[in-house]
Design a protein around this ligand. Structure first.
Ligand code: TYD
Length: 202
């Protein structure tokens, strides 16, 4: 089973992934937790390029680099784990490219989907949890964590608004797969929603 978590930085994806991992492991499942961009050696190097605030790159270059990291991640980590019968929980995946590069950078979601087709090679999540939090709250959480903004986060408020609208549009197009989760409640309350949905899925 392949499950992804999406949303703006600061929405609480990492905490929710950890809670689902713990629940699954308690039930005896083998779980592979991974993230994008990254998750494999070459993909982590590409991640460093993508997030370096000192670099400037064309939107299409950015989209191809995310897709290149994903090609590696699918072949080295995600597909092998699925073949071993593990549950894969991934922090960001294809929907992030559609939202950030497709909507945010203005490349168009369908163009970005097309240039990712060979990278994902049919390896698509059964369920995606989209954690939604007003951008003001998300940026407050990022500041509280004391994180310096990466190159993508530094692209400005207007860009982040387009990304968030993009995520919502994707969820509206695929309501069966993408579940919108209000991430403004406590982590436990947010997880209760995810767990209830997940139990109905499995
Ligand atoms: P992430 O690892 O979630 O950031 P952080 O560790 O700071 O929470 O993702 C890094 C950035 O990459 C994030 O701003 C979103 C962006 N991103 C894209 O623009 N496209 C993509 O396809 C992916 C996977 C991430």
């Amino acid at each position: 089973m392949f499950i992804t978590f999406e949303g703006m930085d600061g929405a609480g994806k990492t905490t929710q992934i950890r809670l689902l991992q713990e629940k699954l492991e308690r039930a005896g499942a083998r779980v592979c937790v991974t993230r994008e961009p990254g998750g494999a050696q070459v993909a982590e190097r590409v991640r460093a390029l993508l997030l370096d605030p000192a670099l400037d790159m064309a939107p299409l270059t950015e989209a191809y680099l995310y897709a290149a990291a994903r090609a590696e991640h699918v072949r080295r980590v995600i597909r092998p784990a699925l073949e071993r019968g593990e549950v894969v929980l991934c922090d960001r995946y294809l929907d992030s490219s559609l939202a950030y590069q497709g909507y945010g950078r203005g490349l168009g979601a369908e163009n970005v989907r097309a240039l990712n087709a060979a990278a994902v090679a049919g390896c698509l999540p059964q369920r995606t949890y989209l954690l939604l939090l007003p951008e003001a709250r998300a940026s407050q959480r990022r500041r509280q964590r004391g994180e310096a903004p990466d190159r993508i986060e530094s692209a400005g408020a207007e860009f982040l608004r387009r990304v968030e609208a993009g995520f919502r549009a994707l969820a509206a197009q695929e309501p069966e797969r993408i579940r919108c989760i209000d991430a403004s409640a406590s982590p436990e309350a947010v997880f209760a929603r995810i767990a209830a949905d997940f139990d109905a899925l499995s």
